[in-house]
Design a protein around this ligand. Structure first.
Ligand SMILES: [Zn+2]
Length: 63
C-alpha cells in the first residue's frame, strides 16, 4: 500500500512516496534532521503521512 508524506515546514517542497510506511518514516526523519536540523514528532509523522488509495484502472469504453 503506497504511503506519501509532504513536509509541512514552511516553503519546503519535500515529498516522499513509498510502498513502505517504514521507509517513508526513515526518509522523513533523515530529511528533517538534515534540512531542518530538527526532529519530527512521531505524532506529526503519523498525522501527516497519507495513504494513497490505488487508482482504479479506467474501464474500457465499449461504444
Ligand atoms: Zn522539509
Amino acid at each position: 500500500m503506497p504511503y506519501r508524506y509532504e513536509c509541512r515546514e514552511g516553503p519546503c517542497q519535500f515529498l516522499v512516496r513509498s510502498s513502505s510506511a517504514d521507509e517513508v518514516e526513515r526518509l522523513v526523519r533523515a530529511h528533517v534532521r538534515m534540512v531542518h536540523h530538527g526532529r519530527i514528532d512521531p505524532a506529526d509523522l503519523e498525522r501527516w503521512m497519507e495513504r494513497i488509495e490505488p487508482v482504479p484502472a479506467p474501464e474500457t469504453a465499449n461504444n
